[in-house]
Design a protein around this ligand. Structure first.
Ligand code: PLP
Length: 233
């Protein structure tokens, strides 16, 4: 590819990039990737390419349950000390590790349903609002915002969308009544960005809390928003 680029006369190869995956907790994996990129860039430099950038991608893991997070400053110190002697600029693409733990999805319990086998808590958020649990069975902590004087029970927490995958958590020990507010934790990354209008559901608002200040940074959608792109035929 590099040879084709230089032979084309119109593509100037300036850097190489990688993204080896998400939720990486092993520093050695990141360093192994770095060393591999350096090896490739050294090879390309010898072939006459003038490389200036190495892009290591993102993937720094965050804790959803009890995963041990990387000490990013330590990892970066090591990366920089390896790169320093080389004349290359470092590019990183962290996503989740910036915002993942900073967000919660707040949702109201609409209905508590008991069956012989399970207690269901049906909440007013659905898989369209927060897809991770339903899409790849991602585990997110769920807590009650104001604890009620109700007996703790194991609940299956589900959304109102008519899909069997519209589930946020199984066997969650919670003290609930109808109208309880639940917080679904660590929803700050791959949350609103992956939300949709599936089932003609309106997207929620987004609230930023900065120090003591509460700001609406995205208003709740209306049906007019939903219909705006429709055309009469
Ligand atoms: C090319 C690339 N860069 C960066 C990211 C961000 O990854 P993360 O949110 O795990 O830091 C992704 C996510 O898949 C990606 O595909």
């Amino acid at each position: 590819m590099a040879r084709k680029a230089s032979e084309s006369g119109s593509v100037n190869l300036k850097g190489i990039a990688s993204h080896v995956g998400s939720q990486i907790f092993d520093k050695e994996l990141i360093l192994e990737n770095l060393n591999l990129l350096i090896e490739i860039s050294t090879h390309l430099t010898k072939q006459g390419h003038n490389l200036r950038y190495l892009d290591l991608g993102g993937g720094f893991g965050i804790s959803y349950q009890e995963e041990k997070e990387l000490k990013i400053d330590e990892v970066l110190t090591e990366i920089i000390s390896i790169l320093e002697p080389l004349n290359l600029n470092l590019i990183l693409e962290p996503g989740r590790s910036i915002s993942g733990n900073a967000g919660v999805l707040l949702s109201k319990v609409e209905y508590l349903k008991k069956t012989p086998d399970l207690n269901f808590a049906v909440i007013d958020s659905g898989m369209n609002d927060f897809l991770r649990p339903s899409l790849y069975q991602a585990w997110h902590d769920i807590s009650v915002v104001e604890t009620k004087d109700k007996k703790e029970l194991f609940y299956k927490v589900v959304g109102p969308v008519c899909e069997s995958g519209d589930t946020f958590g199984e066997e969650r020990l919670l003290s609930l009544d109808e109208n309880s507010i639940l917080a679904i934790h660590d929803a700050g990354a791959y949350g609103h960005a992956m939300s949709s209008n599936y089932n003609s559901r309106l997207k929620s608002s987004e609230i930023l809390i900065e120090d003591e200040e509460i700001k609406v940074i995205r208003r709740r959608e209306t049906f007019d928003d939903l219909l705006r792109q429709e055309r009469d035929v």
